[in-house]
Design a protein around this ligand. Sequence first.
Ligand code: CAA
Length: 243
Amino acid sequence: MSNTQRVAIVTGGTRGIGEAISVALKNAGHKVAATYAGNEEAAKQFTERTDIPTYKFDVADFDACAAAVKQINADLGPVEILINNAGITRDGTMHKMNFEQWNAVIQTNLSSCFNMGRAVIDGMRSRGYGRIVNIGSVNGQAGQYGQVNYAAAKSGIHGFTKALAKENAAKGITVNAVAPGYVETDMVRAVPENVLEKIIATIPVGRLGRAEDIAHAVMYLVDEQASFITGSTISINGGQHMY
Ligand code: CAA
């Protein structure tokens, strides 16, 4: 693969799946900006390990996203790859869920895609090139007990992906989603052990995914040669959900 060097943003790019994507993009020769919201120590260690610069802001904040993209454009060059990966969980059955739990997940996981997408789309359209990959979830496809907020946000990402793909297909911009299953990350490690054991028992491959399994698919979608793939979702879940 001989790709031109591009500027890439990975939201939530310092830990978990985001870290694996940031590193894979860098290894492919791209200039990467990894964003994070609050975990300073993890971000510091990430940069020490990878030499990838980080930018701290809240992806749920529209103005903060616009300002950060402006800064990244100035520091690294025009953004041509956007990976909307940042996400949180606030699990609980809906009858016990409060508005804050609902809203935090919708804003961070779904509105972030609009906030970041809106900040990069004009530049991509004017240059006639762009790759956007949104990280969905098996739980957005299949639903999950205790996750009306997360499932709604991730399901929303899949609709967002298809609509944005249609709007920009003629401009050299592809918009796709990857839907991970349960992957070895801090987020999944936070699921109570007895619950997680039951979930793993439903995964035909018989194990949790690795962050690199997800990064591998993202790299396929951001490749210049993937120009005819748009509005699609690649499910990477060890066979947990097939349709
Ligand atoms: N289906 C049906 N019933 C279920 C169930 C399920 N999947 N899970 C739990 N229940 C039942 C339990 O058996 C229990 O019933 P009894 O009272 O009759 O025994 C009842 O619901 C209450 O269960 P809990 O004790 O677990 O309830 P809780 O209020 O303490 O916790 C919860 C609820 C917070 C949702 C907890 O079950 C939980 O954390 N579940 C995991 C949710 C999950 O998968 N999150 C994914 C996070 S990772 C991620 O999101 C990444 C990704 O993209 C994949």
